[in-house]
Design a protein around this ligand. Structure first.
Ligand code: HSE
Length: 306
């Protein structure tokens, strides 16, 4: 195989109770990447359409991730990457993760799959770290493995794929402001009061249990963020109004998607997810803030060859 076209999906990290460890994969939203194998070593970006991104090999997450893979798998082949960027950088739905996962997934395919998807995580992490200033796999893991994932350890990359309850749908609203992960991480406190930590790990454990048992009520009770959201909420216009509107419209839960500014909600059933979206968007219509809205099933397959 000399050329490949892939779909690198968007994802929601944190899912309220699992900062830096929990995430799920989205469906219709994602980047298209074309990777061509050539006989000259090295990785270059040729075209990026849709968004402005750096092509500098030290700043482009797709190149950094690809070079990390090629350090572990030396070859005299090289790769040209073309990206149709559809996930807006700084939107909170894993734009950098899609680029990083996409390049290593595609190059792995073109090399005859020497690595498993789990093994690709560590190379993609090197790219992700460039974008967010910290190595965390909570967007990358659901992109590469599909569905919901839990990162038990970001350092040893001990990652678990979790089950997906059949009726779960996500609503994502992106108020069109850009929030860089590196900045929304900078405002976080380094220490957590014990009382809040106890609540958070109780909720995370319960959320994982609810995924295994299709217990939507338990899922709903667990989607709380005692630690991160109180600090980041102020960065997102009308965050509390939008979140409360989602819950009032019947969402199981709602919170900041990754590091924001997108806000996600999970609902039981697609119709409920649409109703929740209508309630969420009314606040941005009122203040005339431009937004995108997406309704998505949970993408159990993750990244794929097209
Ligand atoms: N867990 C990360 C954060 C996700 O919230 O900063 C964004 O990349």
């Amino acid at each position: 195989m000399e050329k490949i076209k892939i779909f690198a999906p968007a994802s929601v990290a944190n899912v309220s109770c699992g900062f830096d460890v929990l995430g799920f994969c989205l469906d219709p939203i994602g980047d298209i990447m074309h990777i061509t194998k050539i006989n000259k070593p090295g990785v270059v970006i040729r075209n990026i359409t849709g968004e402005e991104l750096p092509k500098d090999p030290l700043k482009n997450v797709a190149i950094v991730a690809a070079n990390s893979l090629l350090e572990s798998y030396p070859t005299n082949k090289g790769f040209i990457i073309d990206i149709e960027k559809k996930i807006k950088p700084g939107s909170g739905i894993g734009s950098s993760a899609a680029s990083a996962a996409g390049s290593v997934f595609a190059i792995n395919q073109l090399l005859g799959k020497p690595f498993t998807e789990k093994e690709l995580l560590k190379f993609a992490m090197d790219g992700e770290a460039v974008a967010s200033g910290a190595a965390h796999a909570d967007n990358l893991a659901p992109v590469l493995l599909g569905g919901f994932t839990l990162v038990r350890s970001n350092s040893s990359l001990d990652v678990i794929k979790l089950p997906t309850p059949p009726d779960l749908f996500a609503t994502i609203i992106h108020p069109k402001i850009e929030l860089k992960t590196i900045h929304s991480r900078a405002i976080l406190k380094k220490e957590i009061p014990l009382e809040k930590a106890v609540k958070q790990w109780g909720n995370l454990g319960a959320f994982v249990s609810a995924l295994h048992t299709n217990d939507y009520k338990l899922l709903s009770r667990s989607m709380k963020d005692e630690v991160i959201e109180p600090f980041r909420a102020m960065l997102i216009p009308k965050f509390n109004d939008v979140r409360n509107a989602a819950i009032e419209a019947g969402a199981l839960g709602s919170g900041i998607s990754g590091s924001g500014p997108s806000i996600y909600a999970l609902s039981k059933g697609e119709n409920k997810a649409i109703k929740v979206g209508n309630a969420m968007k009314s606040f941005y219509e009122t203040i005339k803030l431009d937004f995108d809205i997406h309704i998505s099933c949970i993408n159990k397959e993750g990244i794929k060859v097209l």
